[in-house]
Structures are given as C-alpha cells and as structure tokens.
Design a protein around this ligand. Sequence first.
Ligand SMILES: [Fe+2]
Ligand SMILES: [Fe+2]
Length: 272
Amino acid sequence: MKFKALSDTHFDFYFNPDTHIKSKQLSAKMNHYFEHNEENLSLIIAGDLGHYPKQNIEIFKILKDEYNYKEIIVTFGNHDYYNVSKTQKLDFKTYQQKDDYLVKLYEDNEIIMLNGNKVYDIEGTKIFGYPSWYDDSLYRREFHNMYSRDIDHIWKNSMNDARLIPGLDSLFDMYKYQNNKLILPKERIDIMVSHVRPFVSTDYIDYRYINDVTNTFYMFDGRELMDKINPDIWIYGHSHSHKHYVKDNIEFICNPIGYPAEDTRFKNFILD
Ligand SMILES: [Fe+2]
Ligand SMILES: [Fe+2]
C-alpha cells in the first residue's frame, strides 16, 4: 500500500465553511500538500481535520474523485469535537453525542474512520488507530505532588478544549472515553494512528515550546499500548511541528499541515 501520512489539515482555516469548494480552489490553496493522480495512493490523516465536518467530507470527495486518492483514512483530533458555530452549539450538547454523529457521517461517506474498534486491511497493510487523548503524565513526572484538580485548572486556562468541546469538564473524562473505546487487535499491525503522541518525554518537542506549560496536553503515557500494538509505523499529529524518527523500534511520523502561514515544516513524501 502506498500512502502519505499527514495530520492537522484544519480545512476551515483555508476555506469558508459556508460556500462550496471547487477543486480549483483546493489546488490553489493546498497544492503543496495534495497532488493530482498519485496512482494508487491513500491518505492517512491523524486528526484535527477541521471544525466543519460536512466541509471536510466535501474536500475528501474532491480528493477521491478528482485527485484520485484511493482511500482517505482518518481519525479525529481535539478540534474535530469543537462546537464553533451557533448551529453546532444547538445540535451537540455532549462530546459523546458529537462523536457518534461524526463517526456515522464519515462512515456513511466512505471515509475510513479509525475509532479503536477495527483493523483495516488495505492491500495487505494492516491499519489500526483511534483519536486518543492526552493525560497529565508529564506534569506528574515533574511535579510529584500535583493533584488532578490542579491539572484540570491549568488545562481549563490554557487549552480551548475545555471551552469548545461540549460537556467536557475534565481532561480525564475524554481520556477515559477514548481509551474505553479501544478493542486491541489480535493480529500484527503495520500502521498505527493516533492524534496524540503516545509517549511522555520532553524529546521531540519543537524548540518553540520547550518548558511550555501546555506540553503535557500534547502527549500521553502509551507505553503499554506501544508494547501491545508494536506497529512498524506510528502516525500522530496535534503538535504542529514535523517530526520523523525511530524510537523503541517504531518509526514515528508527525507531518502536520497546520494553519495557513504557520511553518510546520510539512514534508510531501510517499511511503510504501
Ligand atoms: Fe491541530
Ligand atoms: Fe490537536
């Protein structure tokens, strides 16, 4: 299976969600990221697709029908759960309700949605994934006497997640929710996808964010998960900074598009 790994497309920062997108506009703004007629190529997108799911689907349809990508494989990121419009606020009162809606919408539109409960086999390549969520492990490692309520307090003051995800009062609620979904695969997995990085370390953090108070909200302690799944490749996002490295025999790829004018050092490369 030939594929491109990327994340954090944040489409609504590039296109007005109230108007229909044409393939010309897509190539005008995003031709650095997507190329026409890359034969038999699939896209794997590790979350933060965009705040307007119907717009995301519209773009994925263009990428499939006109750019000829074979499969679009996604998982969700924190931004995919945001309520950013009046209509969204009326429609979704809890994150669980929004999640159910999103999963159904993407599946109905033939997008492969990695939700922790199924392994997908694409031309013999086994892919598994789930949205995942961050935890407080980095804080706990550095400040041993920190209470969960203090961490929630920092979280509420530093991340939009608390404000924009409906019904989410504690970061731990979403952590449990995402992890409770997981049905671990019995077979060997080639590619694993999660929005958040699955190990706790100050390594591989962009130099701009060294000692940043929010760093713990960009990773989780997934040591057990890494051991159990043990994929060849692990694709993640959330951090808007390109990273590609091998750690514990796993090839990690974080290749975010990010916001317009943001320099994420995105790399356009194909993996086989
Ligand atoms: Fe993002
Ligand atoms: Fe994110």
